[in-house]
Design a binder for this molecule. Structure first.
Ligand SMILES: Cc1ncc(COP(=O)(O)O)c(C=O)c1O
Length: 368
């Protein structure tokens, strides 16, 4: 099954018959400001990608881990390959003993899809992790921290308790830290991967605003790194992309400024959403400094339409009609906004106000 993702602007533009350049695209959690591409040595375009010790040293510093990392074509390549490699690693046991894979019911759906495609048994958890006492031998627990789209964040202490329990069960704890860069407190588990029962995935593209170069990292022990490296082959990430990441990961001044800017932009956008849509429409806003996920008061609309997810779907459509593209949840009941630049706020504000007025005209929602 093909999953729906944000970032499909060409498709949405064609659907709504609005030229691509006229859209405000807030459909992803990728930073709206990106790291400036440095001058790339010509040799990197000419040669095959090579092992880049400088990049790995820069990544170890940035992700604060002492063991080497594996550079990958985004964390997606690990997500896709892992279920097969996990089954191969445990081929003696899996099959005889169905290995349960716990994934968040709401969260980046590629995890669950990859495990399901490889024939594993999915167990969904809601906002809270399954009880430690429920975990079974050879289970896999996938934690997206912070979660996309809910913003739910687990502390390092909590995850360490799961790490120990899962190691005792010969299982695997997979922590996807794609959005961890914008979290203030040190919650990353990257420095705590000491055995084969924990993997940490890091995505370069989101915080650095360069998702197009397709680069990420796996933090894992020697054994797992070797398994993935053999499976993925020698030229996962092109040389120019590696060079850009090497420079960006060392640029601590830019990183500090980016964090501050994203924090300010996010706060401004939360206030704008609140002002335009108000408490009668918005139930909650969660997320992190790379996206804002809005849930709605369904009880405030006339549900004679027979659709309990009416508000989010309608608002998504009404925003699209004005050239504003946000992410409608797969469950059709929430909207996730990427972070807008200051220059785009007037367009966003007008679209939010218009969408609410049009929604009010369609329903019994109070316009107060
Ligand atoms: C939670 C999460 N993990 C992983 C990814 C994959 O990112 P990438 O392959 O660009 O590192 C995404 C992409 O949106 C994501 O939202």
């Amino acid at each position: 099954m093909t999953l729906i993702h944000g970032g499909q602007l060409h498709q949405v533009a064609a659907q709504y018959k609005i030229p691509v350049n006229n859209w405000l695209d807030l459909s992803t959690g990728i930073a709206p400001l990106s790291y400036a591409i440095p001058d790339i040595p010509l040799a990197l375009w000419q040669q095959l990608p090579q092992k880049n010790a400088d990049l790995l040293a820069a990544a170890q510093g940035y992700y604060q881990c002492s063991q080497p990392l594996l550079v990958t074509n985004g964390s997606q390549s690990i997500i896709k390959a892992l279920p097969l490699l996990w089954a191969q690693k445990n081929s003696q046991v899996i099959g005889k003993l169905a290995s349960r894979v716990y994934v968040p019911e709401r969260g980046y759906k590629e995890h669950g899809q990859a495990w399901q495609d490889a024939g594993h048994l999915l167990c969904f958890y809601q906002d809270e992790l399954p009880e430690i006492t429920e975990l079974t031998p050879y289970c896999v627990l996938v934690v997206i921290n912070p979660n996309n789209p809910t913003g739910k964040l687990f502390s390092r202490e909590t995850l360490q308790a799961y790490q120990q329990a899962i190691a005792r069960l010969h299982g695997l704890l997979v922590i996807d830290e794609a959005f961890m860069d914008v979290i203030e407190k040190p919650n990353s588990m990257g420095g705590l991967v000491t055995h084969s029962h924990t993997l940490v995935l890091r995505s370069f593209g989101k915080f650095f605003g360069l998702a197009g170069i397709r680069l990420g990292f796996l933090i894992a022990n020697d054994e797992w790194r070797k398994v993935f490296s053999n499976y993925l082959g020698p030229w996962q990430v092109n040389g120019p992309a590696q060079f850009i990441a090497q420079v960006a990961l060392l640029d601590t001044d830019w990183q500090a400024e980016q964090k501050q800017t994203l924090s300010t932009l996010k706060a401004t956008q939360v206030a704008l959403l609140q002002r335009c849509w108000g408490d009668d429409l918005i139930a909650t806003m969660h997320g992190c400094n790379l996206f804002i996920t809005v849930t709605f008061h369904v009880e405030n609309v006339d549900l004679k339409q027979g659709k309990s997810h009416f508000i989010a779907q309608q608002l998504y459509h009404l925003l699209c009609l004005q050239g504003v593209y946000v992410r409608l949840a797969d469950e059709n009941d929430t909207l996730r906004f990427g972070i807008a630049l200051t220059k785009d706020l007037p367009k966003l504000e007008q679209a939010l106000l218009n969408a609410k007025n049009q929604l009010v005209a369609l329903t019994n929602l109070s316009s107060a």
